[in-house]
Design a binder for this molecule. Structure first.
Ligand code: PLP
Length: 323
């Protein structure tokens, strides 16, 4: 067990320099429709345009660049709802590192295929993230691969935090940030960056109303298990880990508001993003827009940024939803 040290703005700035040129600096684009709805400027942080189609490449790239040469030569292993595995597989390929990705049966085929195409070894194990994780840990004991955690790792959190750094750079007056919330790597990283630079900014974490692991854990005052159920927001599924070391504490300390979104609201947010802003977003990426449209978030006066975290959705399914 490594000594726990808080993730700082300096870690995030270092990560930003380290991953520059290996990931895309995504645009923060005005949504005229959502701005009109909110009564103030609303801009969308488009991680849908990130390489691999989701922000997870930032944390994965930062984590892999921080490995020792010995760990690099043995290879890495990831457990994922899809996007983290794809990010790790992409970064591993770019750096010439061997990579295995463990996935549960709930992971959509479109994500599984993309990971295979990147040359990673794909193993489908069980019905949940927990099942896939147990299988991966057995493999680690056997082969000594280095585990790249999907969220509860300081390098991963710092990498995801570069999203927050870019939001403040591009919108210095930012008053509210809406962030999709699952394991909390994205939220924790963004929160450290934004709250350090703009202590008065309001940070809102949004997730689906089924299997909301972080929000249930915050309410319980400690990490609790949740049942993983099928959702349009498949990338937000899974627990936060009962031995959570980083994201639970950071999220608890820095979150101002939590919101739960129904499946109907997720579908309607995907439709709105597509029809009004011409953006293809996966369910988990659209929850911030769903929250804004519901009128529920308690927003401060001033501009709002919404993180649109990824675009990896099965196209036939997407066209059914937005059609
Ligand atoms: C992983 C993921 C999230 C949630 O990130 P966490 O760090 O687990 O909270 C949100 N949206 C997309 C598209 C993701 O892939």
């Amino acid at each position: 067990m490594s000594v726990q040290r808080p993730v700082t703005l300096t870690d995030i700035r270092d990560a930003h320099k380290r991953i520059a040129g290996r990931v895309t600096r995504t645009p923060l684009r005005l949504s005229p429709y959502l701005s009109e709805l909110a009564g103030h400027p609303v801009k969308l942080k488009l991680e849908t345009m990130q390489d691999t189609g989701a922000f997870k490449l930032r944390g994965a790239t930062n984590a892999l660049l921080n490995l020792s040469d010995e760990s690099k030569s043995r290879g890495v292993i990831a457990v994922s709802t899809g996007n983290h595995g794809r990010g790790v597989a992409f970064a591993a390929k770019a750096l010439g590192i061997k990579c295995a990705v463990y996935l549960s049966e709930l992971v959509p085929e479109v994500k599984v295929d993309a990971i295979r195409k990147l040359g990673a070894e794909v193993v489908i194990a069980g019905r949940s993230q927990d099942d896939a994780e147990s299988a991966a840990f057995k493999r680690i004991e056997k082969d000594g691969l280095t585990y790249v955690h999907p969220f509860d790792d300081p390098h991963v959190i710092a990498g995801q935090g570069t999203v927050g750094l870019e939001i403040v750079e591009d919108m210095p007056g930012v008053a509210n940030v809406l962030v999709p919330l699952s394991g909390g790597g994205l939220f924790a990283g963004i929160a450290v960056a934004v709250k350090t630079l703009k202590p008065d900014a309001r940070l809102i974490g949004v997730t689906m109303d089924r299997g909301a692991a972080m929000i249930e854990s915050l309410e319980a005052g400690k990490p609790v298990p949740v049942e993983e159920v099928e959702s349009l927001a498949d990338s937000l599924g899974g627990g936060i880990g009962l031995d959570n070391a980083y994201t639970f504490d950071i999220t608890k300390r820095l979150i101002d508001e939590t919101l739960l979104i129904s499946e109907d609201d997720i579908a309607s947010a995907m439709r709105t993003l597509f029809r009004e802003d011409r953006i293809v977003a996966e369910g988990g990426a659209a929850v911030g827009v769903g929250a804004l449209m519901s009128g529920k978030p308690d927003l401060q006066p001033g501009p709002t940024a919404i993180v649109i975290s990824g675009c990896n959705v099965d196209m036939d399914r997407f066209l059914e939803i937005v059609g």
